[in-house]
Design a protein around this ligand. Structure first.
Ligand code: ZN
Length: 244
C-alpha cells in the first residue's frame, strides 16, 4: 500500500521528499526506507498505464542502482524479482530504484512490443536505426524515443545516473556482456548461477545508450531462463543486493 505519491521522480531527487497525500501526516521520507519502498510515477504508457518506480533507501544517496523488471511485455519473469526487491533494506549511502514493469501495455497484451507495436529496446537514442515496420519483432519506431515508455525510462536514467542498471529479459539464461564493467557483470552472473556471455548488440538498445552516454556506469541485460525457479529468483535478489 503506497503511503505517499510523488508528482515526478525529479521531485524526489531534487527535494528528497514526496508530497504527502491528503489526510496523511507530513513526514520526511528520505531518512528511512519504507517497508514497501517509496513510490512515484516515472511516466505513462501509450494506453495511459503508470510506469511506477519505487525507491528503497535515501533519495540523496550517492550510489544508486536501478532495476527494470520488464521491457519486453512477453518476458515477465523479472517483474516477480523486482517486486521482491521492494522489501529490501539497503545499506546507508545507497539507494535501490525499481521499475517492476517498464512496458505495462505489452504485459497486458502479452506482446513483446508496446501498444504502438514498437520494440522499446530498439527505440533508445544511441545508435538508433529504422528497423522493420509496426508489429515486426524488432520494429524500432518512427524515430528514437518516439514512445512514451522509452522516453520515461530515459528520463529516469538521466535524472538518477545510476551506477549500475539491470534490465531483465527472457528466456536465454545468460548475463549479457553489455558494454559496461565486465567485472560487475561477472560477479552478478556468478551469484545468479548463469553464464556471462556477449550477445548481439542492437541499435537503439537501452543498455547501449546508457553504457555509451554514461561512461563509468554499467547497464546490462540479464536474460532469465524461460522457467526461473524460486531458487533462481532468490539468487537474483542476492545478486542485486551485492550491487549495492
Ligand atoms: Zn527481451
Amino acid at each position: 500500500m503506497p503511503r505517499r505519491r510523488c508528482a515526478a521522480v525529479v521531485a524526489v531527487l531534487a527535494l528528497g521528499a514526496c508530497t504527502a497525500q491528503p489526510g496523511s501526516a507530513p513526514s520526511v521520507v528520505h531518512l528511512r526506507p519504507l517497508a514497501a519502498g517509496t513510490r512515484s510515477v516515472a511516466g505513462h504508457s501509450v494506453q495511459g498505464r503508470e510506469l511506477t518506480v519505487y525507491r528503497m533507501g535515501s533519495a540523496t544517496a550517492k550510489r544508486r542502482v536501478l532495476v527494470i523488471g520488464v521491457i519486453h511485455g512477453d518476458e515477465v519473469a523479472g517483474r516477480r524479482i523486482a517486486l521482491s526487491l521492494l522489501h529490501l533494506d539497503v545499506p546507508a549511502g545507497t539507494s535501490l530504484w525499481v521499475v517492476p514493469d517498464g512496458n505495462p501495455d505489452g504485459v497486458a497484451a502479452h506482446t513483446r512490443q508496446n501498444a504502438h507495436r514498437v520494440d522499446l529496446n530498439r527505440n533508445f537514442s544511441y545508435d538508433w536505426a529504422p528497423i522493420g515496420r509496426p508489429g515486426d519483432q524488432q520494429y524500432s519506431g518512427p524515430r528514437a524515443l518516439s514512445e512514451p515508455e522509452s522516453a520515461a525510462l530515459s528520463d529516469l536514467v538521466r535524472r538518477l545516473r545510476p551506477a549500475v542498471t539491470v534490465w531483465f529479459h527472457q528466456p536465454v539464461g545468460v548475463v549479457d556482456e553489455s558494454g559496461g564493467s565486465v567485472s560487475v557483470e561477472q560477479r552478478f552472473a556468478n551469484t545468479l548461477g548463469e553464464p556471462l556471455r556477449r550477445m548481439t548488440r542492437y541499435h537503439g538498445s537501452a543498455t547501449g545508450w546508457q553504457n555509451h552516454g554514461y561512461p563509468g556506469t554499467t547497464a546490462f541485460v540479464v536474460e532469465l531462463p524461460r522457467h526461473p525457479t524460486d531458487a533462481l529468483d532468490q539468487r537474483a535478489v542476492r545478486a542485486i543486493q551485492n550491487l549495492l
